[in-house]
Design a protein around this ligand. Sequence first.
Ligand code: SAM
Length: 296
Amino acid sequence: MNQPDNIPGQPQEIRRLLGPADIRALAAELNVRPTKTLGQNFVIDANTIRRIVQTARVGPEETVLEVGPGLGSLTLGLLDAAKHVVAVEIDPVLAGRLPNTVATWRPEAAGRLDVVEADALKVTELPAMPTALVANLPYNVAVPVVLNLLKAFPSLDHALVMVQDEVADRLAAVPGSKTYGVPSVKAAWYASVRKAGVVGKNVFWPAPTIASGLVSMTRREPPETKATREEVFAVIDAAFAQRRKTLRAALSGWAGSAAAAEQALVSAGIDPRARGEVIDIHDFARIAEHKVQLPA
Ligand code: SAM
């Protein structure tokens, strides 16, 4: 593979990124057959990588956490923009090859990459504190991965993730919309979330059956509440487990009885006849805070 010399600070537009032939060659060398179980759809289009990196607004002083670097398409783009990249990959073959790929394609950046072979659903420690999460996520675990990382790494200040388009809509949904649900409210605990675009199927190998979406997140303070995050998340889970029911009914199990649910809702200033899909994270936090302590 013939590389142009890369000079740090050189605009990324003129740095080569992995294209279809490079991905094919790497996959053949490693005997990789992309699996659905691990959500392995590799980006083969340099313009999509540039778009993700630009939309992520990664600064030159940032340490970026990339989940699922795969064959390295996005990793190279991130190394062009950031100071450091920590890449967490569950597949040992892909994790093992990534340092070589970076040494070949971005020799000057090899010392700015850490590869961690781990499950992003479980990772709680990293070799460097990340300030940004940028990832083409494995689609079947995208929401739990995002929530786990925002919880585990408070240093993450912003994120740009690519997920299934419908999951992007759910993450960015606002109260009252059809797609509003558990992912939207829990993500809103940590960050302000907005959809940042749609990506077609043909930029991937293998091409997925549906379009992808970009989601941009900016960390903010969680709602002020005496309840813990776990307590608030328990209310959210209960409310959406029966999303067609009124909050009074849906929260009766959580509260101990329908009357106790009503009391908590009224104290929190929420109409007990409302449904979970119309209230926001601040409302859920208030409900959790007003849970009535039943006598033992
Ligand atoms: N970033 C690469 C790209 O854009 O071409 C690959 C993205 S692919 C959609 C998802 C990647 O996540 C795969 O490399 C897969 O092996 C990895 N992966 C799947 N589940 C994972 C998990 N729980 N933790 C870390 N990586 C995971």
